[in-house]
Design a protein around this ligand. Structure first.
Ligand SMILES: Cc1ncc(COP(=O)(O)O)c(C=O)c1O
Length: 393
């Protein structure tokens, strides 16, 4: 019963199930134990919780591997822990990481502030430019992508990028958090390791912090070796919550898709909105790629407001149903201004050069009724008031 096959929804509920036994619970219990009685050899599959091999971890890893079409998966204490273990499983002092310039701020900090201290260099490149391969160096060991990207929702055509990286001898790691495995399975597009912050769509309820990796048994085995020593294990209770969240991943994504599209289409009709960023809209630069490589356009929508930062501040203060909070992928609608959160480390000029002007609002569209959400966003737009052009900053 390890791989029940079937579609994504079936796998999300059943992959990794044990054979049913009369009297056994339908739902995996939580194993809040730090250790397990063992065989004298110490070679047991289930042994010690820091090793991440308790029953809650093992089941979750089988389920995630099935969702990604991977040989193996690893669950860890956060998305950042998972990215750190993925990178440390490949690079060593003297190596170079070539990362997309549209990378999550935390990952950029990991590369620039932490891996640099270990003698690992990083540089950034526009992976959408055909010239990107010129930035490969003889010591480039990892090409690191993120798709769809935060917050502009750029969608990579990964296959040719992965082929060029491989031809150079680099390992391709892809952060696919924004799509979830329902929309984009990066291994099918040539990635060696796919990464998710499971804190987002996989968990789906803003109540668990976790990260996952999936890939070949050899690659995940290397990451697992690092994790055993560095110790970022996922607590068994959090693993249980994540497993529960994943059961409804497919239905949640269907609603995120529908609501995302409705909000994006509505926003395009509003004069207060200068630009809408949503890969499902023909106006998005990667719409054609998104139609080809994604199985859903998702619930993330970017809105660039007329009136700049002052208008954005007034807008977020006026919201009633949608809440201001720096995360995404949960059942509730959350908004944030990247200039205060994910992109706070950049100057306004640097952000603008990257396409993120002051006035940019990132909306993680939840699974509420779309009409209620749109009514809330609409009243907040109207509350900006005045001559929004004067308010530009
Ligand atoms: C795209 C992306 N990757 C990684 C992370 C880090 O995940 P976590 O907060 O679970 O460590 C985040 C968090 O916002 C993210 O948005």
């Amino acid at each position: 019963m390890q791989h029940p096959g079937g579609g994504t929804s079936t796998r999300a509920i059943h992959a990794g199930d044990t054979e049913p036994r009369i009297g056994a619970p339908v739902v995996t219990p939580i194993y809040p134990t730090t250790t397990f009685y063992s065989d004298p050899s110490g070679q047991d599959e289930v042994l010690y919780t820091r090793y991440g091999n308790g029953p809650n971890h093992l089941l979750l890893q089988k389920r995630i591997a099935a969702l990604e079409g991977a040989e193996d998966a690893l669950v860890l204490a956060s998305g950042m822990a998972a990215m750190a273990m993925a990178l440390l499983s490949v690079v060593q002092a003297g190596d170079h990481v070539l990362a997309t310039d549209a990378i999550y701020g935390g990952t950029r900090a990991l590369l620039d502030r932490e891996l640099s201290r270990l003698g690992i260099e990083s540089s950034y490149v526009d992976l959408f430019s055909p010239e990107w391969t010129r930035s490969l160096r003889p010591n480039t060991r990892v090409v690191l992508g993120e798709t769809p990207s935060n917050p502009l929702l750029r969608v990579l055509d990964l296959q040719p990028i992965a082929e060029a990286a491989r031809a150079h001898g680099a390992v391709v790691i892809v952060d696919a958090t924004f799509g979830s495995p329902v929309h984009f399975r990066a291994l099918e597009h040539g990635a060696d390791i796919v990464h998710h912050s499971a804190t987002k769509y996989l968990g789906g309820h803003s109540d668990v912090t976790a990260g996952v990796l999936a890939g070949s048994a050899a690659r995940i085995g290397e990451a697992r070796k690092r994790a055993r020593v560095w110790g970022p294990v996922l607590d068994p209770h959090a693993a249980w919550l994540l497993e529960r969240g994943i059961k409804t991943l497919s239905v949640r994504m269907e609603r995120h898709n529908r609501n995302g599209m409705e909000v994006a289409r509505w926003a395009e009709t509003r004069p207060e909105v200068a630009r809408v960023f949503y890969p499902g809209l023909p106006s998005h630069p990667d719409h054609q790629t998104a139609c080809r490589v994604l199985d859903g356009f998702g619930g993330m929508v970017g809105l660039e407001l007329e009136g700049g930062g002052a208008a954005a501040d007034r807008f977020v203060r006026a919201l009633r149903l949608a809440k201001l909070a720096p995360s995404l992928g949960g059942v509730e609608t959350l908004v944030s201004e990247p200039r205060y959160t994910s992109h706070a480390g950049m100057t306004p000029e640097q952000r603008a050069a990257n396409g993120i002007r002051d006035g940019f609002i990132r909306v993680s569209v939840g699974i509420e009724d779309a009409a209620d959400l749109i009514a809330d966003l609409d009243q907040a737009l109207r509350a900006i008031g005045g001559d929004h052009r004067e308010a530009a900053d």
